[in-house]
Ligand binder design. Structure first.
Ligand code: HEC
Ligand code: HEC
Ligand code: HEC
Ligand code: HEC
Ligand code: HEC
Length: 456
């Protein structure tokens, strides 16, 4: 992660300019019809773009349709909840529009359920040929343009035909024996990502706004785009028989996984003294700053992504001696959403349709940075398509958030201890994973700070 942070700093200094898209075409993305065979399978590309394929196969794009979480949510929850309100009647079409564009374009609105769901930890071979291709090579590299500016809700217009299509990209003078090539500026434009990473739900709530968050940051003015961070150069050649290139972009689209989240933010304890008396009460602060994200932290599926700050006194071995809870803020009516809690108040669907489970499934009393989605009954829901209100406290990129703490040194404590601040990330609560009967997601340590204290 150090290397990544250095790389971002380099890009900031270099101040690259963003290529502007020339095409401002406003065609209707609707009414496109492209049967599955209009697109080539990722395995075909692997023949020559070996590394691109290998990296794509570890990305979430390759799991867009077959991912265990998506499969359960779509087939067990979305489809079952469709009849609930007229507004959500077409929710599943939108899911497919972003998660399996070739199924959407083929008009395959309810593709067959996957027999072998995968995830980041269970990858599979990448042998995929229909809806299961998810967000794949030939889809992205035959996109013509987008309907809106900035794009949202899968408003892409595809140029794919029955023939082996021209592949669009950003290489200078490529030559390929398999396909024609053509330069398109959309690949060097963050708007491309916005088409699926900005999502407006049936109640006109922006349930994903990664592009909007990015636009509000300093990064656009520095020429740092989504691709700068998420498609970093990895050396080597873009194609087996091609020439070495200064930039061969890594297609793993790293995001909320280890190696990318680690170091995304930093924490710093501010404590004036190094010696404390047993029984005394101590006030101190902790600064939290997202340093490597080009958008809020967390972003994307913010209803399930959790980032939390745990404060404690630990011994040299790192064992917790005393948990220091975040004080409640009675001035903020939403404060309870921002402190970890295991109350059974979270619904997988609309609150009228199912029973609630534990909200966070984490040790209680820690500061939580996330979004709470509320449904039309004002209940906390993990069903983004039912969200009518978002309540959030996520970290803006580079913003320093100061948290105030206070604790009383236990009278039975003495000698050397450490005050520890740990910032963690998890893709979804265990309670929700258990409800869906899918693999629990690991906890990833984002950052840590320690202060040695002598207790007299
Ligand atoms: C989500 C859309 C997306 C998917 C999926 C995708 N690509 Fe790309 N690809 C891009 C973008 C964006 C760039 C430009 C990256 C840059 O220059 O920063 C690119 C660049 C390339 C290039 C040009 C060389 C380079 O590194 O810039 C090749 C070749 C390529 N992709 C092949 C593939 C293959 C093969 C796959 C599947 C295994 C694939 N792509 C999947 C978006 C995608
Ligand atoms: C028979 C080999 C071969 C196959 C199969 C193949 N490509 Fe290529 N492709 C190449 C070569 C060679 C280049 C040029 C590389 C260079 O000049 O550095 C290239 C270039 C590209 C580019 C860059 C275009 C540009 O203008 O920047 C993209 C995008 C691309 N391929 C996508 C794909 C996709 C998607 C597939 C699968 C559907 C695929 N390729 C299959 C050999 C192949
Ligand atoms: C056709 C829609 C589409 C486009 C275009 C697209 N994405 Fe995605 N992206 C998705 C979907 C869907 C997922 C989540 C798949 C899943 O986990 O089920 C995703 C996941 C990701 C993730 C991984 C997040 C995680 O869960 O860790 C990253 C990073 C990402 N995309 C970056 C990009 C960038 C950068 C671009 C532009 C170059 C882009 N995407 C373009 C649909 C798209
Ligand atoms: C300055 C670098 C940087 C830029 C620019 C950037 N990202 Fe990220 N992104 C990160 C880092 C670091 C993470 C990991 C921490 C996190 O999950 O937020 C991340 C995470 C993500 C995730 C996964 C979030 C999750 O927790 O599931 C998605 C999706 C994503 N980025 C998409 C985008 C898109 C789309 C853009 C452009 C609109 C973009 N990013 C711009 C650095 C960047
Ligand atoms: C506008 C595009 C878009 C629409 C519509 C959309 N998604 Fe997504 N979805 C994404 C993107 C992009 C991500 C990745 C965000 C991230 O990882 O933080 C994602 C992430 C997810 C994830 C998390 C996957 C994981 O492994 O953590 C699930 C589950 C999911 N979507 C289900 C759905 C369902 C069900 C629907 C329909 C109700 C839907 N999505 C509609 C774009 C979309």
């Amino acid at each position: 992660m150090k290397k990544f942070t250095t790389y971002i700093l380099m890009m900031l200094i270099a101040g690259m300019t963003i290529a502007q898209t020339k095409t401002e075409l406003k065609e209707q993305a609707k009414n496109q019809f492209k049967p599955y065979n209009f697109f080539e399978d990722p395995k075909v590309c692997e023949g020559c773009h070996v590394e691109k394929f290998e990296r794509w196969n570890v990305s979430q794009h390759s799991k867009g349709f077959t991912g265990d979480f998506f499969q359960k949510q779509l087939y067990d929850i979305v489809i079952a909840s469709e009849s609930f309100a007229p507004e959500v009647a077409n929710a599943k079409d939108d899911c497919i529009g972003c998660h399996s564009p070739s199924a959407f374009l083929a008009g395959d609105k309810i593709p067959s359920q996957t027999l072998n769901p995968d995830n980041h930890w269970k990858r599979g071979t990448g042998e995929k040929s229909m809806a299961d291709r998810g967000v794949f090579c030939d889809f992205c590299h035959t996109v013509s343009h987008f309907e809106n500016r900035p794009p949202f809700n899968h408003d892409y217009v595809s140029a794919a035909t029955e023939a082996v299509d021209t592949k669009f990209g950003d290489l200078e003078f490529p030559w390929s024996p398999h396909h024609e090539t053509a330069t398109s500026e959309i690949y060097e434009d963050p708007n491309m990502c916005s088409s699926c990473h900005n999502e407006l739900n049936p109640y006109n709530i922006w349930v994903k706004a990664t592009f909007t968050e990015y636009e509000a940051s300093v990064f656009p003015s520095k020429g740092v785009i989504c691709q700068t961070c998420h498609l970093q150069p990895m050396g080597g050649k873009p194609a087996k028989m091609g020439i070495p290139r200064p930039v061969n972009s890594d297609h793993w689209f790293g995001g909320g996984v280890s190696g990318f989240v680690e170091g995304a933010a930093r924490v710093e304890i501010k404590l004036a003294t190094k010696e404390l008396a047993a029984g005394s009460t101590v006030d101190f602060t902790v600064d939290v700053q997202a340093v490597a994200t080009g958008h809020k932290f967390p972003t994307g599926s913010t209803e399930e992504r959790d980032v939390w700050l745990r404060l404690s006194l630990v011994n040299q071995a790192g064992n917790e001696l005393l948990h220091i809870p975040i004080p409640k803020n009675s001035n903020d009516p939403n404060d309870n959403y921002f402190i970890t809690s295991n109350e059974k108040v979270a619904y997988p669907s609309h609150s009228k349709l199912s029973e609630p489970f534990e909200r966070d499934a984490l040790p209680e009393g820690d500061r939580l940075y996330h979004s709470a989605f509320l449904d039309s009954e004002g209940e906390f829901t993990y069903a983004q398509w039912f969200c009518v209100e978002e309540i959030e406290n996520r970290l803006n990129p580079l913003e320093i958030r100061r948290e105030n703490y206070s604790f009383t040194v236990p009278t039975n404590m003495e000698g050397e201890v450490y005050l520890q601040a740990k910032l963690n990330y998890r893709r979804m609560p265990d309670s929700f994973a258990d409800y869906l009967e899918i693999d629990r997601r690991p906890v990833i340590q984002v950052a840590k700070d320690l202060r040695k204290i002598k207790i007299n």
